[in-house]
Design a protein around this ligand. Sequence first.
Ligand SMILES: NC(=O)c1ccc[n+]([C@@H]2O[C@H](COP(=O)([O-])OP(=O)(O)OC[C@H]3O[C@@H](n4cnc5c(N)ncnc54)[C@H](O)[C@@H]3O)[C@@H](O)[C@H]2O)c1
Length: 367
Amino acid sequence: MPADGKVKVGIIGSRFEAEIHAESFRMIQADAEVVAIASPTAGNAQKLADRYNIPRVFTDYREMLREKDIEMVTIAAPNHLHAQMTVDIAGAGKHVVCEKPLCMTLEDADLMIETCRRKGVLLLYAEELFFTPKYVKAKQMADQGAFGRVYMVKQSEKHFGPHAPWFWDVDKSGGGVFMDMGCHGIAFCYWFLDRPKIKNVYCQMATHVHADRTSGEDNSICIIEFENGAVGLVEDSWARRGGMEDRIEIYGEGGVTYADLHMGNALPTYSEYGYGYAVEKAPTTKGWTYPVFEELWNYGFPQEMRHFARCVRGKEEPMATGEDGRVVQEVLYAGYHSAGTGRRVELPFRRMGVRIPIDLWLKSGDE
Ligand SMILES: NC(=O)c1ccc[n+]([C@@H]2O[C@H](COP(=O)([O-])OP(=O)(O)OC[C@H]3O[C@@H](n4cnc5c(N)ncnc54)[C@H](O)[C@@H]3O)[C@@H](O)[C@H]2O)c1
């Protein structure tokens, strides 16, 4: 494989996150180029390929993996497919970028990490909050001592529920909002505090408004205690009206900072008539809205993909790996178990034989 030049990329998936990957790579053309896309829905795949000038389209990702020039493959497919896809990509000798959450089970996580290690390829965990400029600024200030000893880190992400049916089917997603977005907050607190050992996890969750659509939880609160004494508070909702909210709060004995990802770099706007697009998950463009400019850059997606491409070239050390995804997976398990039992769960919590994480909540009475 070439040691320099643009990293040749294949994308698996052709909808929401696949488009974000394609757009992000378009923004970092000096480092990488998407040469192929694979998705079982041929029409969607072709449309995405046309929009981004991607020359090769496959309906079976395994065929795409036979393309010799592809060096890195990104997985933008439903959660239950991540593990098998990773094993197949690594088996073809290509580096893996896996979307969050890493997978469904701890056994999957181990298999993914071990397979990539054995095949000598990178397993890069696509947690863009490690690259979100506003949040990176908060971490830089914390690292410079701005807040003294940080004792609490909060991250929350809320909207009224995801766009595609598979998210609502726990057999495909593994769980509700805690699995889907709690994974961001868990990773964020862990990363922000420089990956301290996690002592225990307490979680409360419920299905407040979407019980007709899913057996998954649509609201969750998770408290993580770290060995250094700091606390992480991760709050997520699919029950929150009014579009997308993504926020952090950092508290130290010497200071505090707050960041709202969408506000402050949005344009407070009033329109009687509506307009094209405001921001992800905004229900309307009429009335008062907060359109965000440079949306993907504000999230950190192009920066994340640039970093991953540079890791493949050996120019940077991976900042978000399969091991991070595995830590998150263990906290997801502990959180569901805590919500199921009403008790705080001590780590390590490496329960084997779990079918899907949410079973630890839904089936806690069966134990
Ligand atoms: N980082 C983030 O903030 C973020 C945001 C959204 C989604 N995601 C993650 O990205 C992944 C995809 O989510 P999405 O929102 O794009 O879902 P989506 O439903 O919009 O798209 C899923 C895609 O996967 C494809 N797919 C399904 N089965 C496949 C198969 N067997 N082989 C190849 N492709 C297949 C579908 O055709 C579709 O194109 C999920 O793991 C999700 O958690 C991450």
